[in-house]
Design a protein around this ligand. Structure first.
Ligand code: NAP
Length: 255
């Protein structure tokens, strides 16, 4: 039986790449498309919806979401409430929202995945960074994305920072009497270290974690040059969530 998939945000950069991936996998079936501003009624025989409420009772197992931070929480709740296992790449969730969605998924016995990054290289970077932070507690995260990105810092940077917080003994970095002569010069503060967000045309998704110690430095970097880099992770997510009964946060939970 093919897994029937709804793609929310199908006209976007990530959503359209996900549509191509689903169409290219014989084990998956593109069942429906959602975008509030779509004018077409169908694309290659696949129905297009502009209001998610019209998907109540629809025959599909998985809800893939690449929309916008301000709607992703409501969309994911809707998916869980209506029996669709969510595979969510949209970023911008708060820790509280994720906890609520995990609880809701358990109540509904539905699998799900919220993954701030679907690229395996980015998952490895996060793990390596957390490991290195035990030995190099002085670090800064620099994430770099295209200039259409709406949220900052990136979901990947937040997840990296959370993993570092778990692994590293707390340290307040920088000079105690440090002052910013231009507000924001030192970036966002998280658990004693800083996160910097760069937005430029031409970039896709990139992240560096820079560590400094007496007389030595270490730089970890991952680059997604193309959105195709995320698709093997989305594909894995779709195939795993249908076997599970609780939502997880982070692709590494499925590896
Ligand atoms: P994008 O090109 O702006 O695409 C978002 C699409 O969602 C747009 O076509 C938008 O339509 C549509 N949309 C807005 N509200 C919607 C709703 N309520 N229901 C359905 N569709 C809706 O953005 P993107 O670059 O594809 O990124 C999408 C999200 O994925 C962002 O949060 C980004 O950070 C994240 N992302 C995640 C990963 C990962 O690996 N997890 C990788 C890259 C990006 P309009 O343009 O008409 O408003």
């Amino acid at each position: 039986m093919r897994i029937k998939v709804i793609v929310a945000g199908f006209k976007g950069r990530m959503g359209s790449t996900a549509v191509d991936m689903v169409k290219g996998d014989a084990d998956l079936e593109l069942a429906a498309l959602l975008d509030p501003f779509a004018t077409e009624k169908e694309v290659d025989g696949v129905p297009v919806f502009t209001d998610k409420k019209d998907l109540v009772g629809f025959d599909a197992q998985v809800w893939v979401d690449f929309t916008m931070p301000k709607v992703a929480y409501e969309n994911t709740r809707f998916a869980l409430d209506n029996g669709f296992a969510p595979v969510v790449g949209t970023t911008g969730f708060t820790e509280e929202q994720i906890a609520e969605l995990v609880a809701l998924s358990a109540e509904k016995s539905l699998g799900g995945l919220i993954a701030p990054n679907f690229a395996i290289g980015a998952i490895l970077l996060m793990e390596f960074a957390a490991k290195a932070s035990k030995y190099f507690p002085d670090l800064e995260i620099i994430e770099l994305h295209h200039d259409k990105k709406k949220d900052a810092p990136s979901g990947t940077a937040i997840k990296t920072a959370e993993l570092i917080r778990e692994a590293r003994d707390f340290k307040q970095q920088g000079a105690p009497d440090e002052e910013e002569s231009i507000e924001g010069a030192r970036g966002a503060a998280f658990d004693g270290f800083r996160i910097h967000s760069v937005r430029l045309p031409g970039l896709v998704a990139h992240q560096e974690v820079i560590f400094g110690a007496e007389g030595q430095g270490l730089t970890l970097r991952h680059d997604s040059y193309d959105r195709v880099s995320f698709m093997s992770g989305v594909n894995l997510g779709i195939k795993e969530v249908v076997k599970r009964d609780k939502l997880v946060y982070g692709l590494e939970q499925l590896l």
